[in-house]
Write a protein that binds this ligand. Sequence first.
Ligand code: HAM
Length: 417
Amino acid sequence: MIQRPRGTRDFGPVEMAKRRKVESAMREACAVFGFGEVVTPTFEHAELFTLRSGQNVVDEMYVFRDKGDREMALRPEITASVVRFYVNEMSNFPKPLKLYYVGNCFRYENPQSGRYREFFQLGAELIGTKNPESDAEVIALAVNCIRSAGLENFVVRVGHIGILKAMVNKEIGDEKLAGEVLHMIDKEDWDAMGEMFDARALPRQLFDKIAAIADMKGELELLNNLDQSEATGYLQELFGVLKLYGIEDCLIDMGIVRGLDYYTGMVFEIDAPRLGAEKQIMGGGSYTLSELFGGEPVFSTGFAIGIDRVVLALEAEREIAVPAQLDAYVVPAKDDMRKYAFGIVARLRSQGLRADVDLMRRSMSKNLKYASSVNARYAVIVGKEEMAKRMVTLRDMKSGEQRQVMADDIASEIRKS
Ligand code: HAM
């Protein structure tokens, strides 16, 4: 038997119904915020991602040569593609440009619960500006997506990469080394960072200063402990706008560095604490990428939500309720009622009900068993006498209750209940 590749999943109809429900709620939130959907290719020139996405992402990328000997990559994320699309075709569009997307991404990670090699993101990018209002708009959208999906327990943390990035770059000098330090901060791998500082004879005070800033997590007032700077003033203003949007419970987290390298200013993450190790259900921030892809520099802010993790987090809170796959399953009592049964199912479908009919020429009792096993809400039984009176028997599959209704009224009877 051929198995599916490690880190990938198959989704059955019930699971897909749950996933689509979550996805539709989040799509609707994007639409309500005035964002329009875009779709970009599943694979791109590998260079699109190697230019700036960061070593972590590059190490995990699925890269291959196509038949024209071009180096291609399955997308590890979608932001770079959206910015490429913007540079290629949308740079003259009125600003700000508000775009959202849903798609699969690929990263060669160590699979575990909540971490896959193929996973699904819903993300949004607001292109063309960078100020507290536009950043607040993007944070508000991310929060609204998560709320619309129905999740109750989540924590929004907001930081500013400018402070740590500027300090590390200035004090360390070497860009590559500074990048490695930032990744260690992102992973909160203090032991490795200590060893690196010792091995490279980097100043211990710098380590302590970084650790102290990265440790600033809590209420907005924490910012008073930092030297007042452009970044702290920016965050204070941003929190003021968030309040106007009715978002009052965000925390400050100056330790957010993010695994991708393109961020320049505000950065934010959302966790679902119940998920344990893979609790980060969303990540985002403000960045510039367009100039790397041959366009004019343009400020943008965006985020991506891990749909798989949102579904897991919701299921940890309560069951995701989805409608039964079938409203009605039409059962001919005998062979000579089959044609009549087809007419009925066609009619129910045209009236918008989820309806099915016996396709296996089964006996009535086997058909009822089947209707129950697929969780049909009603069996519509077509008997000889009923057929003559243009009636059917409507059987509630849960209670077993049966009543006769006119064939013309089946849909309205089902809808009434
Ligand atoms: P990211 O933090 O790399 O950011 O990914 C966003 C979200 O995707 C994560 O918070 C997580 O929920 C989910 N995710 C990432 N990797 C996996 C995985 N292996 N399995 C399951 N879920 C995963 C970005 O991708 C940026 N493009 C976000 C962004 C948009 N920044 C600006 N604009």
